[in-house]
Design a protein around this ligand. Structure first.
Ligand code: SF4
Ligand code: SF3
Length: 543
């Protein structure tokens, strides 16, 4: 076994990737990511000691969220960047060590220093996931860690917009330290997993505040999916600050900007509508990029996941920034001293490229985040009271490349016509271009936004509970059929559990990192279920 990773839904054979990642992650990158996570735990230990000694831990806190984000599925495949980040972690640990009061005995992650890449590689083989022998403890520690990774990603987007919540950093620190404890019991880890859900709600609320205060409240919007005749840049991932700076810098250059995959919901924000060169959305969910980037013709900027290892035919057009990275692709440096990132190299590249080739025409409608839905609340409540709408089906989450995800397209198509789909995340691309119609003017697919906007769906559900004067959120006519792929879906799931949502169905498969005992707890306590066939699921959940 040259590596081991089971953090995403595409883990090989439903067990784990042990030769090479299905995502394309090489053993070298996978093992370096394991060591980066280990180093980050050491930073968490030193950051806690620093906080106990009343030192400023801002640098360590930012490092922790950035490093966790780098290890998310499909975010960063660049071994040099990961090595650099490990070394930065050592420096941050050493700086705090020079000032903080510390006990004599510390966990190895807080003292180990690899002198070179060889030592990094040999160490990484000793500290990976399988070094935790008890499968239930391993499962709980990894469930917690993946929740933290998702939390870190959303925390970083908020940070980029100048919004922070120190309590979130303190929790991440505490939880990472707990994962270093060899003798920690399952009944100590389980409450931490549930507490992770609480901070999941907090981080999504923080990001919602950051996005809406910066760019306005999303509103119902028709997004063009065709193309114009100018050369253009395609921006992918989730970071709205990067998009804002790119739009500013492309003004008057003759270069258009299109969104890709999870960047689509940017079109729903009022502040982005003023840019005339912000033309539309190109393509579908992340996994189709190997075809769609060929025909886009211009440069592509990844601000976060999901990167598929690029083909040689378009690799020189792929750029990364922030936590994302890929060996051989140009990386746009972080902001320095409050100055915007410099995207001029991508703009100049775009000018030399042909305009995108049209692959489809028409529009998709979205923008049903909480503020907009609450403005339509009367209409929605009436539709439920008159029986025009019988059920809401939350189909949020991630898309993925596995063939069995056709289930979600079929499920959306087969749903009775008196149901409404509430969605967020890239899962929507399985059905957002289907002609599913509307119910009395309410579209049958209401897209709230990116995966973090699942928070919006929860706010909407809580509001409906209030309007219908229900005791319990689970008494609403809502069914949950959530598709997961990477670790942001883990924090969304834990957040929903924290809000008291029960009977969530998770697919297309249950996570490989859930041991039978941990899965049993989730099933018995929260009614977590899996999916079967479209016909049976519709019969059992809807009818
Ligand atoms: Fe495998 Fe997923 Fe890990 Fe990639 S992220 S190595 S596909 S389990
Ligand atoms: Fe999609 Fe990667 Fe998860 Fe933000 S872009 S939802 S998979």
């Amino acid at each position: 076994m040259s590596m081991f990773c089971y953090q995403c839904q595409e883990a090989s054979k439903g067990v784990g990737c042990s030769i090479k990642g299905v995502c394309g992650k090489t053993p070298e990158v996978a093992n370096l990511q394991d060591l980066l996570l280990y180093t980050t735990k050491g930073v968490a230990i030193w950051s806690q000691l620093g906080a106990d000694s009343k030192l400023d831990t801002a640098k360590a806190d930012k490092y922790i969220i950035d490093a966790l984000f780098i290890t998310i599925t499909n975010a960063n495949f660049d071994s040099n960047k990961i090595i650099e980040k490990i070394k930065e972690g050592y420096t941050i640990q050493d700086d705090l060590r020079a000032q903080a009061n510390a006990p004599v005995e510390l966990h190895d992650s807080a003292v180990f220093r690899a002198r070179d890449q060889n030592e990094m590689e040999s160490k990484s083989l000793l500290i990976g996931i399988l070094s935790i022998e008890n499968e239930d403890i391993r499962s709980l520690k990894e469930l917690l860690t993946y929740g933290l990774k998702g939390m870190a990603a959303y925390g970083e987007h908020a940070w980029n917009l100048g919004f922070e919540n120190p309590e979130i950093y303190a929790f991440i620190r505490k939880a990472l330290i707990a994962t270093t404890k060899a003798n920690i019991a399952a009944d100590e880890l389980l409450p931490l997993v549930l507490e992770c859900g609480k901070y999941g709600v907090d981080v999504m609320a923080l990001l919602d505040k950051a996005n809406t205060e910066s760019f306005g409240h999303p509103e119902v919007t028709s997004v063009n999916i065709g193309v114009s005749k100018n050369p253009a840049i395609l921006i992918s991932g989730h970071d709205l600050k990067d998009l804002q700076e790119l739009l500013e810098q492309t003004q008057g250059t003759g270069v258009d900007v299109y969104t890709h995959s999870e960047m689509l919901p940017a079109h729903y924000y009022p502040k982005f509508k003023k840019y005339e060169n912000f033309v539309g959305n190109y393509g579908s969910a992340w996994w189709k990029q190997t075809e769609e980037f060929e025909t886009f013709n211009g440069p592509i900027l990844f601000t976060t996941n999901c990167i598929v290892p690029p083909k040689a035919s378009y690799k020189e057009r792929v750029y990364t920034t922030g936590a994302s990275g890929f060996d051989g692709c140009t990386h746009i440096a972080d902001r320095q001293n409050g100055q915007p990132k410099d995207f001029s190299i991508i703009i100049e590249h775009a000018k030399k490229c042909a305009a995108p080739t049209e692959i489809e025409t028409g529009t998709i409608v979205g923008g049903f985040a909480h503020n907009q839905v609450l403005q339509l609340a009367d209409k929605v409540v009436d539709a439920v009271k008159t029986g025009a709408v019988k059920k809401f089906v939350v189909m949020a989450g991630c898309d993925g490349r596995m063939k069995d995800r056709q289930y979600y397209t079929d499920f959306a198509n087969e749903l009775p016509k008196d149901t409404i789909i509430l969605t967020a995340g890239c899962a929507k691309y399985r059905y957002n271009k289907l002609p599913l119609g509307d119910i009395g003017g309410i579209p049958r697919v209401l897209d709230a936004g990116q995966c973090n906007d699942s928070y919006s769906l929860a706010v909407t559900a809580l509001k409906l509970k209030e309007v219908f004067e229900l005791e319990d959120i689970n008494d609403l006519p809502i069914v949950y059929n959530i598709a997961w792929y990477e670790q942001k879906a883990v924090i969304v799931l834990l957040a929903l559990l924290h809000l008291g949502v029960k009977n969530i169905n998770l697919g297309p498969t249950l996570p490989a990192f859930l041991s039978p005992n941990v899965a049993k707890i989730l099933v018995e306590t929260f009614g977590i279920g899996s999916i079967s066939t479209v016909e049976d699921d519709i019969k059992n959940w809807i009818a």
